[in-house]
Design a protein around this ligand. Structure first.
Ligand code: GDP
Ligand code: IMO
Ligand code: MG
Length: 426
């Protein structure tokens, strides 16, 4: 097994960053296929915390090479800030981090339109990260986007001028916003072009050659399956393909390049942003998780408190199908340590498929199984057999209900707080 796609199975923030960092110790290449700086991936390594938005979480190991694929959208200011963060931590990234020229460029009008559109939607807002992701992907689909390749080309000023005329009409007509001036954007982006140029490389070819040589490649997913632009809880979704299929279209690799799909899921569910959430905790139940900071359920990108709910098996079965998941990574078991009882939603009343509309999903009645808790810390457990028997029962129940093997269980943010059931890359 030489390639693994690490995919979020819920609404994002499952712990993909931790798993990618963990597996990257044994890998050579780590690539992001989609999304932008809406993502926030946290890595904790021997007590030191790192946050990534666009740079793959494998960058911390000096032997790795990391790639930002053609299917991503890049906000240069944010990416350059991330590179400065690496330097601050003594991580050298030159000749290790490569950007595809096909990636699209986030421009100031994308951020502005994202925020203005959300405001205009009022009560039906998506709750986006406000990073301009949706408007940038919309321009890509509408064939009026600008790419990294365009940023580096001599025709960039002309292209930007033409696009900005279009965007200014949108800003004024739809949102009553004053037009943006060309020159300051040009000057700002010329500066970015100079700084980004040394990082731009033939990502697609590099990955192809690595695959031919049988070198280990990780594909780091961003967001989660239910934020997928096609199969997620539309319209409360992001604007890219967040499924394993998106790895192929976003990196220019064929489906045969993905050997294993590791589906990352918390042993409960969270969601940040708006939209239906069948197993969301009631106000009373929220008292079971009193401290969002302690349970690390505050958004990495926007600092919003994540909505919390019980594990939803119909959801996981659905997203395992959409991703072709081969193994599960079960995250954050330790967060349930002190509960008297743990609930798992095992089905939706009178429904045997995952509903395609948010109206239907908002009305499902979850059927719960209640299992006794274990009331003891799992944070220092290193091998499966040492887990409390009630915790093991829940894990086996999840495997049975999802019809998938659990490859690893995570019991803390640090890389070392991981219990392996099936070796990956070993
Ligand atoms: P991602 O977007 O999927 O990479 O996930 P995030 O990094 O946004 O959110 C997951 C949060 O949970 C981060 O703060 C992680 O450090 C933390 N985390 C990951 N795994 C565990 C775990 O097993 N236990 C605990 N307590 N925290 C974890
Ligand atoms: P990671 O990779 C959780 C959510 C936003 C909003 C919706 C659309 O850390 O798991 P967008 O700005 O993408 O147009 O917002 O998607 N969202 C995420 N939620 N984790 C993420 O990334 C997310 N990226 C976007 O909150 O509901
Ligand atoms: Mg996150």
């Amino acid at each position: 097994m030489t390639t693994v796609a690490i995919m979020g199975m819920q609404w994002g923030d499952e712990g993909k960053g931790k798993i990618t960092h963990l597996l990257s110790e044994q890998a050579v290449h780590i690539a992001r296929a989609q999304g932008g700086n809406n993502a926030g991936h946290t890595v904790v390594d021997r007590g030191q915390e790192y946050r990534f938005h666009l740079i793959p979480s494998g960058i911390l190991f000096p032997h790795t090479k990391c790639y930002i694929g053609g299917g991503t959208v890049i906000d240069p200011a944010s990416l350059l800030e991330e590179t400065l963060g690496l330097v601050k931590h003594g991580v050298q990234y030159v000749n290790r981090l490569y950007i595809s020229p096909y990636a699209h460029l986030i421009l100031p009008y994308h951020r502005l339109i994202d925020q203005l559109a959300e405001k205009q939607k009022g009560g039906s807002a998506v709750g986006t990260t406000g990073r301009g992701i949706g408007p940038c992907y919309a321009d890509k689909a509408n064939r009026c986007g600008l790419r990294i390749a365009d940023l580096l080309s001599e025709s960039f000023p002309d292209r930007l001028k033409a696009t900005l005329e279009l965007k200014n009409r949108e800003l004024q007509g739809l949102y009553g916003h004053e037009p943006l001036a060309l020159e300051p954007i040009l000057t700002e982006y010329r500066g970015y072009a100079k700084r980004l140029a040394p990082l731009v490389g033939p990502v697609e070819e590099m990955l192809y050659r690595a695959g031919k040589k049988g070198e280990r490649i990780l594909f780091e997913g961003a967001q989660g399956a239910l934020l997928d632009n096609t199969f997620g809880t539309y319209p409360f979704v992001t604007s890219s393909c967040t499924l394993a299929g998106g790895v192929c279209s976003g990196l220019g690799v064929g489906p045969s390049a993905i050997a294993q799909v590791l589906g990352v899921a918390k042993v409960y569910t969270t969601r940040v942003g708006n939209g239906p959430f069948p197993t969301e905790l009631s106000g009373e139940e929220m008292a079971l998780f009193p401290d969002h900071r302690a349970s690390r359920e505050i958004g990495t990108t926007t600092g919003r408190k994540r909505r919390m709910g019980w594990l939803d098996i119909p959801l996981l079965r659905h997203t395992a199908m959409l991703n072709g998941v081969t193994h599960l990574a079960l995250m954050k078991l330790d967060i349930l340590d002190q509960l008297d009882e743990v609930k798992i939603c095992v089905g939706y009343k009178h429904l045997n498929h995952f509903p395609p509309t948010v109206e239907e999903l908002a009305q499902v009645h979850p059927i719960y199984e209640t299992l006794p808790g274990w009331k003891t810390s799992t944070q220092n457990v290193q091998v499966y057999n040492e887990l409390p028997s009630q915790a093991k029962k829940i894990i086996r129940r999840i495997e049975e209900l999802c019809e998938l093997p659990v490859a690893l269980i995570s019991v803390g943010p640090d890389r070392e707080k991981t219990i392996w059931l099936e070796p990956f890359f070993q």
